[in-house]
Design a protein. Sequence first.
Length: 78
Amino acid sequence: MSGTISLIHFYTLSPQIISPMKPQLIIFAVLIAGFIAYNFFFQSLDNRTNTVINIVFASLLFGYIAYMAYSLLKKMKK
């Protein structure tokens, strides 16, 4: 039973970890909203340019996810 409790405690993020992450989550939400807005309203007429912009935007999103995960692991280590 103690193994289950420690596992649940490990996956539950405390407010001390989430609170400093709030600005990062807001920035991520803005990036996602920008990606969606671009794909719905501001697409390039050239298909190749549109594909390049989508690839760059997706790379930025995945890079930011990696940065958030790294900073979260660093905060959990402390």
